[in-house]
Design a protein around this ligand. Structure first.
Ligand code: SF4
Ligand code: SF4
Length: 463
């Protein structure tokens, strides 16, 4: 056993390497049970979401390659970028607001990295290699067949699960149908797809087998932002210094001693290897394992629970609890969030199922016809975003303007696009100015799906 600083010494391996490997004691307790329920429900959702379809569209898909996103079955194309940007903005403000009020609970309870690590990979490790002390002994002990077999078994299972996660991850990007094609077609037809699966598999394996808590403590930008997002009223997992100190081994009838008996159980269970008694630290992911551990100790020594608990710095400051959980920043964030959500809802519900780009045909102006009508030629590019095949007609929004199709396209396949050409016609006698605004409707099943604006040019009647 090498020299390692503070309470972590029993949990880390020889200090030959720069990194101190963390052997986290198997957590247990009421909060851990809740965390497992939350985690397994989220895992179920995470694994099921790419397979769920609404109106034939994936429930969730983020196809950054084709810039096509499906959210709750609504497909968003590059033309809907403004809606998507708003959605992302709302999500970011929501995370900031949530963090300002509840600290880093997202990290410890709902982040996929933590859920996979703590509820899948670490549990497998506990099953194969035992709890933290057995794991340390195994790693620091002599080479043996038993150790080799355990390592081979563990890493094989890690690789298989990483392969599975990598497929799910890819399903979120390209959709489950494209993924199935990669799996069933010959390898040479989807070389990039197969390469992606292998790269993702190795990346996930590397993260969960080796990188682990470093993702949370050093790599994740959200984790690094905590210092800015938290203030003295934010709730975080914290140690009640006033109550716990001075810490020391349990002695009967010692009225000077604090409630902390310095058992270090809170340190042993910490997956990021910190001692929460040293104060709030960026490395703390608010997993609450130390709360459970300390509550067990408090129960045993007959002291009240929550020596470690969810507290704000104000709660723990000299003078005790303020009772106020809201702050001005949280209210301001909430107000911004409400405004953004209303705008997002409006954009979402007013979103057209068909996208059209209407332009006057390049290089053309107007045509004078023998029957006394004036015509303008237009080009219309259409994209079907409705998630189903549609039949449509092009109609003028005003009775005095007629439509004459050049190419007679009236069907659009799901996600299909088409380029149409048509004339708008007007009696010369009706024309009052050289350039006037006109509207064109795209009508399907008697319903106007989209109204497009353009201009109609012609010499005015008096000319
Ligand atoms: S200090 Fe406690 S809540 Fe924070 S990461 Fe460690 S065990 Fe989890
Ligand atoms: S688990 Fe509780 S009593 Fe034990 S060292 Fe941590 S804070 Fe002190």
């Amino acid at each position: 056993m090498g020299t390692v600083v503070d309470g972590n010494s029993a949990r880390t391996n020889s200090g030959k390497e720069n990194r101190q490997w963390i052997y986290a004691k198997k957590p247990s307790g009421k909060l851990y049970n809740y965390r497992q329920w939350v985690g397994y429900l989220l895992l179920l959702f995470l694994f099921a979401a790419p397979f769920i379809k609404i109106n034939g569209n994936p429930f969730l898909m983020f196809n950054i390659i084709e810039r096509k996103f499906s959210i709750f079955g609504s497909v968003f194309y590059p033309q809907d970028l403004h809606i998507f940007v708003f959605g992302m903005l709302i999500m970011m403000v929501g995370i900031v607001l949530f963090t300002a009020v509840y600290g880093r609970v997202w990290c410890g309870w709902t982040c996929p990295q933590t859920i996979f690590m703590e509820l899948i990979f670490r549990r497998i490790e506990y099953l194969i290699e035992g709890d933290w002390i057995q794991q340390r002994k195994l790693n620091e002990g002599p080479d043996s067949d038993a150790r080799a077999w355990k390592k081979v078994l563990k890493h094989t299972i890690f690789l298989v699960i990483s392969f599975f996660i990598s497929n799910i991850f890819l399903a979120y990007i390209i959709g489950v149908d494209a993924l199935l094609k990669i799996m069933t077609d010959p390898v040479d037809q989807h070389a990039i797809g197969f390469a992606s699966i292998i790269v993702f598999t190795l990346a996930f394996y590397g993260v969960f087998a080796y990188v682990r808590e470093i993702v949370c403590t050093a790599l994740c930008p959200y984790g690094r932002l905590q210092g800015v997002l938290l203030d003295e009223k934010s709730l975080t997992v914290a140690y009640d210094l006033n109550r716990g100190e001075p810490r020391g081994k349990l002695k009967k009838n010692d009225t000077e001693q604090g409630d902390c008996i310095d058992c270090k159980l809170c340190v042993h269970v910490c997956p990021t290897g910190i001692d929460i008694r040293n104060g709030t630290q960026l490395e703390c992911v608010n997993c609450t394992a130390c709360i459970d551990a300390c509550d067990t100790v408090m129960d045993k020594i007959g002291k009240p629970r929550r020596l470690i608990g969810f507290y704000s710095m104000d709660d723990l400051s000299e003078g005790g609890k303020t009772g106020k959980k809201n702050n001005k920043r949280a209210i301001a964030y909430s107000a911004i969030l409400v405004v953004l959500t209303v705008v997002f809802g409006f954009l979402l519900f007013s979103r057209s199922e068909i996208d059209g780009r209407l332009l006057r045909a390049t290089g053309s102006s107007y045509q004078l016809r023998e029957d006394g009508k004036v015509s303008n030629l237009y080009t219309l590019e259409l994209l079907n975003k409705s998630g189903k095949d549609i039949q449509f007609n092009i109609e003028s929004a005003e009775g005095r303007i007629g439509v004459q199709m050049v190419n007679k396209i009236h069907d659009l396949k799901k996600e299909g696009s088409a380029t149409l050409s048509f004339f708008l016609l007007m009696d010369k006698g009706e024309i009052e100015q050289y350039k006037q605004n006109v509207k064109v409707n795209i009508v399907s099943e008697g319903k106007v799906m989209e109204t497009l604006k353009t201009t109609f040019i012609a010499p005015p009647n008096k000319e």
